[in-house]
Ligand binder design. Structure first.
Ligand code: FES
Length: 138
């Protein structure tokens, strides 16, 4: 009975596009290959460390921030953010170190961030593949 329930929840999780892919990824590849971990250090506008978290390679920066109670959004963003679909540009972060360890800027980011410095990213569009330092609310 427990195996059936576990199997059903795995199938459900693997079909989810955005909320549980990390969970599905870990379960899928656990026995085949080693999971590569990375660190994300979140800092405030004074470059003081808020929190450092360990994530699996390919983790979504916005999701990891929210899961770890990192407050990405300013007032307007708290009320009106798009939920991670790259439409509102309220999840802007500045990459202080480790830019090379992130997924390339998406077309959405190129459009939304064209007047911002090159090291600004939309957290919801950014995947982490290595150690990075991220300034929130730049
Ligand atoms: S949450 Fe809306 S663009 Fe990132």
């Amino acid at each position: 009975m427990d195996d059936l329930l576990l199997d059903q929840s795995r199938r459900w999780a693997m079909g989810r596009p955005s909320f549980l892919p990390l969970c599905a990824h870990v379960h899928q590849h656990k026995s085949k290959s080693q999971i590569i971990m990375s660190n994300i250090k979140f800092v405030n506008s004074d470059n003081q460390e808020i929190k450092e978290v360990v994530v699996a390679q390919g983790a979504n920066l916005r999701l990891k921030a929210l899961e770890n109670q990192i407050d990405l959004y300013k007032f307007y963003g708290k009320m009106m953010n798009c939920g991670g679909y790259g439409q509102c540009a309220t999840c802007i972060v500045e990459i202080v170190e480790g830019e090379e360890n992130l997924s390339p800027r998406s077309k959405v980011e190129e459009t939304k961030l064209k007047k911002k410095p090159a090291n600004y990213r939309l957290a919801c569009q950014t995947l982490v593949n290595g150690p990075v330092t991220v300034k929130i609310k730049p």
